[in-house]
Design a protein around this ligand. Structure first.
Ligand SMILES: [Zn+2]
Length: 444
């Protein structure tokens, strides 16, 4: 078979892209690799021994697939441990009922049970209008659902995210004792979702937990009849000194432009409930699958292809920041970067942060991808890990899978391997490989 060279033609490109999908759909190892990552290693929070094991696993796997080089890049990461006590209760009419809660990442723990009357708000600004008297010495429930009218669930997530990230400090400014945050999901179930929060400097640090949507709605209804009800929360989480971990980087050297890089990546760390299967084990095994596939097809890229397994996306982004800082320090030319961090669902298109020339070039490539269900070109957000690379020269792309079910799993105990569909995962990997091929052959 002719390996396409720099003078690619439309027909040759279509044929090669077909061979990428054929190779992935017939021989992919992504789903099995994800099973090992999720079942043998498990969840992989920054600082954890599981993330150490995942770094080792990724390094070994990339080397076994025949990358030209594989190495690690040291990254300092936070080390926060959930502990094993997460108990929520509502006290009503002399009895109590359990509430499904889980500490938000970075929260301080409680000393024993923190029990206090509850006050509910929807927006952070509601705190300003109800004032200190209504908040002081209480637990605040932030209970604004993700907007169901937004078709893009990522946008709905972004619109509700402030409650989780900033709710604790905002409530603490008015003397609150703790906060419960409605889980960021459209699903109505009893699984609480975690995620990063941060404390503002010089404001008291109060405990913060996610609460399941079913229990958040139940409290909303109960407060109407029993405005005096109390809730209890007990969290055993704790922060420790930062630890050294590492991004894992593998390369296939470019034949014509070895000093120009196309990066493909996802994040190896995950939250510590569930298995980080969709978020972002999927992006990790897809990135590795791109390397396996290109090598299996005997493809020699013109530009250097770099697979990056980033660490610490979830609670700091120190992996992405470190990678970009070192790239800039070395004066490395990053031509393009592609991230998969939106779940292992059927691919629909790519989002991009790129100039008009690249955007139009990508649109002109859609006929190559449409036979595989990839038809969307959207300007906008690419990915957390690759974002620090952003400058005038690099084009950033994010794989856009169907996003309707992603937040059912995201950051919850439901984000497990069994909930990732093998075929959808593989189609995503093949679509990234196809984009890598087009970028490599037809540099806009
Ligand atoms: Zn993620």
């Amino acid at each position: 078979m002719d390996t396409p060279g720099s003078h690619s033609t439309q027909a040759a490109d279509s044929i090669f892209i077909r061979s990428i999908y054929d190779e992935v759909l017939a021989n992919a190892e992504a789903h099995e690799n994800l099973r090992v990552l999720c079942k043998s290693i498990g969840h992989r929070l920054s600082g954890s021994p599981q993330l150490d094991a995942a770094i080792e696993w990724g390094h070994t796997l990339l080397a076994a697939y025949g990358a030209d080089s594989v190495y690690r890049q040291s990254v300092m990461v936070p080390h926060w441990i959930r502990g094993n006590r997460e108990i929520g209760r509502v006290y009503l009419d002399g009895s109590d009922e359990p509430l499904s809660i889980t500490a938000l990442g970075g929260s301080v723990g409680t000393e024993g049970e923190l029990r206090a009357p509850l006050v509910e708000v929807r927006y952070l600004e509601d705190l300003d209008s109800i004032g200190r008297n209504a908040i002081e010495d209480r637990i605040v429930l932030f209970n604004r659902p993700m907007d169901p009218l937004l078709i893009n669930t990522g946008a709905a997530y972004g619109g509700a995210f402030d409650q989780r990230s900033d709710g604790a400090s905002r409530a603490a400014m008015y003397g609150a004792k703790g906060v419960l945050v409605r889980s960021l999901t459209h699903a109505l179930d009893t699984f609480p979702h975690t995620g990063a929060m941060r404390y503002r400097d010089s404001i008291p640090r109060i405990p913060a937990a996610g609460i399941s949507t079913v229990h958040a709605s139940m409290l909303h209804n109960a407060l109407k009849e029993h405005p005096e009800l109390e809730v209890g929360m007990e969290l055993s989480c704790e922060a420790f000194p930062d630890r050294e971990q590492a991004n894992v980087i593998a390369e296939i050297r470019g034949s014509e432009f070895p000093d120009e890089y196309i990066v493909i990546g996802g994040h190896l760390d995950s939250w510590d409930i569930g298995e980080g299967a969709h978020d972002d084990g999927a992006g990790i095994v897809q990135s590795i699958e791109v390397l396996r596939t290109l090598l299996a097809l005997g493809y020699r890229p013109r530009h250097t292809i770099r697979i990056v397994l980033f660490v610490n996306e979830e609670n700091g982004n120190n992996g992405g920041e470190t990678y970009a800082a070192i790239a800039k320090e070395k004066g490395e030319v990053h031509y393009a970067a592609i991230e998969s961090d939106a779940g292992g669902f059927s691919p629909r298109g790519f989002s991009m942060e790129a100039d008009d020339v690249v955007y139009e070039a990508f649109r002109s490539w859609l006929p190559y991808l449409q036979p595989y269900g990839v038809h969307v070109a959207r300007r906008g957000w690419s990915g957390v890990d690759i974002r620090p690379l952003k400058d005038d020269y690099v084009s950033l792309f994010g794989l856009m899978p169907d996003n309707q079910r992603y937040f059912d799993y995201h950051h919850s105990a439901r984000d497990v391997w069994e909930n990732v569909n093998k075929r959808e995962l593989e189609l995503g990997a093949a679509s990234i490989a196809a984009l890598v091929y087009l970028l490599d052959q037809q540099k806009p």
